[in-house]
Design a protein around this ligand. Structure first.
Ligand code: OGA
Ligand code: MN
Length: 284
């Protein structure tokens, strides 16, 4: 006797025309692994996926990440089987990691200085900030697509130097000489301003690590980088996630700028992060 094949389908609704989707499947359906390809395809299309109040335990979040391509190594000796604690509270995280996470309050892309950026990141809300602490995402593929032909021609082929030490000035504008030397020892990388992935989709690589455009006068370089960032983070391209406890949000790290809105560093806000391997090199 033939048994009917059961196929789990991805159920979702778009959030805004140019960014975001809410995935409506149950936790069991997500953890079954049957939806992995569809989830990655939807993330590629929408940039950011919200899993409302899905309430992943840490091992479930790791399992889900693994089903999408693997939980990559995190900072500070975390291993592939655990979540990484995103908090600004030095009682709950190493001081040097907190220092680095202060940059998350400004528009950025994770890992611009790595030759191969991570494919995606995922945050689960464990403790909410009583005020602020939302997370905003901007889709840099849809904003690139909306540039005029002249603007696209103007930025074609430009290359940008990204550095950690540039991004650190956003939160610590008056470092000591030692602190600056330490930041500068963390490296920089030169990558294209417009990147193309293997499907041919183009997107802008901007944010607080984008220091200057190679070969341009500093003023022109800053005007262009900040002008593009302001456009890319304007209303049509931005989704602001106001967290509920147990929400998980996942974003395409190649095509999403993101930032946390300000919150009290000692309020206890806690996000658990996993990251997904499988990114393509910035420079193709
Ligand atoms: C991150 C990040 C933003 C937030 O984890 O990479 O930028 O809202 N987090 O905590
Ligand atoms: Mn980040």
């Amino acid at each position: 006797m033939a048994t009917a094949a059961t196929t789990t389908r991805l159920r979702y609704e778009a959030i805004k025309p140019k960014i975001g989707a809410r995935v409506l499947n149950t936790k069991e359906e997500l953890l079954s692994g049957e939806l992995s390809e569809d989830i990655l395809a939807l993330m590629e299309e929408r940039g950011v996926l919200v899993f409302p109040e899905i309430d992943f335990a840490d091992h479930e979040q790791v399992k889900f990440s693994n089903s999408l391509g693997g939980n990559a190594d995190e900072l500070a000796g975390q291993n592939q089987d655990s979540v990484f604690k995103v908090t600004l509270d030095e009682k709950a995280q190493h001081a040097n990691v907190v220092e680095y996470l202060k940059g998350s309050l400004f528009w950025h892309i994770d890992g611009t200085m790595n030759p191969i950026p991570i494919r995606a990141s995922m945050l689960t809300a464990k403790v909410l900030a009583p005020e602020g602490g939302d997370t905003e995402f901007a889709n840099t593929a849809t904003s690139y697509a909306d540039l005029s032909d002249e603007q696209k021609a103007e930025i074609e082929g430009l290359r940008v130097v990204h550095s950690l030490w540039c991004s650190a000035f956003y939160h610590t504008p008056e470092p000591s000489a030692e602190q600056l030397a330490d930041w500068q020892s963390k490296g920089e990388a030169e990558i294209p301003l417009v990147v193309t992935n293997s499907t041919g989709k183009k997107s802008l690589v901007l944010g607080n690590t984008a220091h200057y455009i190679r070969g341009l006068d500093m003023k022109d370089s800053q005007r262009l980088l900040h002008g593009l960032r302001a456009f890319a983070t304007s209303e049509p391209y931005v989704y602001k996630h106001v967290w509920k406890l147990g929400d998980t949000v996942m974003w395409d790290n190649r095509t999403s700028l993101h930032r946390a809105t300000p919150y009290d560093p000692y309020c206890g806000r806690m996000m658990h992060r996993t990251i997904i391997k499988g990114g393509e090199a910035w420079d193709q």
